[in-house]
Design a protein. Structure first.
Length: 205
C-alpha cells in the first residue's frame, strides 16, 4: 500500500472549483446564444470575457504547480485536469463564436437538447471538483458524465440526420454542421475531464 502525505492547503482544490464554475457560466451563455431573442454580439462578448477569466484560472493552476514543493496529487495529473477544464471552455466559446461569425439566424431546436446536456455536465463537474480533496463520492460523477456523453452522441446523430434531410439549404447545412460538431466536441471534452478525475481517484486511493 502506498503511503502519501497530502498537503493541508486547499488552493489547488479551490482553483479547480473556480475553473469548473467558469464552465457553468459558459454553458449558460451558450444556452442564451440559442435563444430566438438573443443578442448574439452581446452574448459573444460576454463569452469572450468568461473564456479569458477561465484562462486566468488555468494560468493560476500552472503557476501554483510550479511554485509548490508538495502537490496534493501527481503534477502531470494536475496539469491534465487544468488543461482539460480549459479545453471545455474553449470548445463552448468556439460554438458561440461560430454562431456569431456565420450569422446564423435560425438554429434547429434540437440543438437545445445538446446544450441541456452541456449544462448538466457543467453542473456535475462543478459539484465534483471540491470532492477531489477527499476523493470520495466521485464515482457517481464520472458514471453520469459517461451517460450524458452517450445521450449527446444520440442527439448528435439525430441532428445530423435532420440537417441532411433536405429541410435546409446547402450553405446552411455547412454552417450548422460546424456548430453541431463543436457542440459534440464540447460534450466529449467534459467526458475527458471525468476520465482524468477517475484516473486520479484510482491512482490516489
Amino acid at each position: 500500500m502506498r503511503l502519501r502525505i497530502r498537503p493541508v492547503e486547499t488552493s489547488f482544490y479551490d482553483l479547480f472549483t473556480e475553473s469548473a464554475q467558469h464552465l457553468v457560466t459558459g454553458a449558460a451563455l451558450l444556452a442564451e446564444m440559442l435563444s430566438e431573442t438573443a443578442d448574439h454580439a452581446s452574448v459573444a462578448k460576454r463569452m469572450r470575457s468568461a473564456e479569458h477569466a477561465a484562462d486566468e484560472t488555468t494560468h493560476a493552476i500552472v503557476r501554483r504547480v510550479n511554485s509548490t514543493f508538495v502537490t496534493p496529487f501527481d503534477r502531470e495529473d494536475i496539469y491534465s485536469l487544468g488543461s482539460g477544464l480549459d479545453d471545455v471552455m474553449d470548445a463552448m466559446d468556439e460554438v458561440v463564436d461560430q454562431i456569431l461569425v456565420y450569422e446564423v439566424k435560425v438554429l434547429p431546436p434540437e440543438l437545445s437538447d445538446q446544450v441541456a446536456v452541456l449544462q448538466r455536465c457543467a453542473e456535475l463537474t462543478a459539484a465534483a471538483m471540491p470532492k477531489l480533496q477527499s476523493l470520495r463520492d466521485l464515482d457517481e460523477y464520472w458514471i453520469e458524465i459517461n451517460r450524458l456523453e452517450n445521450q449527446g452522441d444520440k442527439n448528435h446523430r439525430r441532428i445530423l440526420a435532420k440537417l441532411f434531410s433536405g429541410e435546409f439549404k446547402a450553405m446552411e447545412v455547412l454552417k450548422l454542421k460546424d456548430i453541431v460538431e463543436s457542440l459534440e466536441e464540447s460534450i466529449d471534452a467534459f467526458e475527458k475531464v471525468a476520465n482524468i478525475v477517475e484516473q486520479i481517484a484510482v491512482k490516489e486511493s
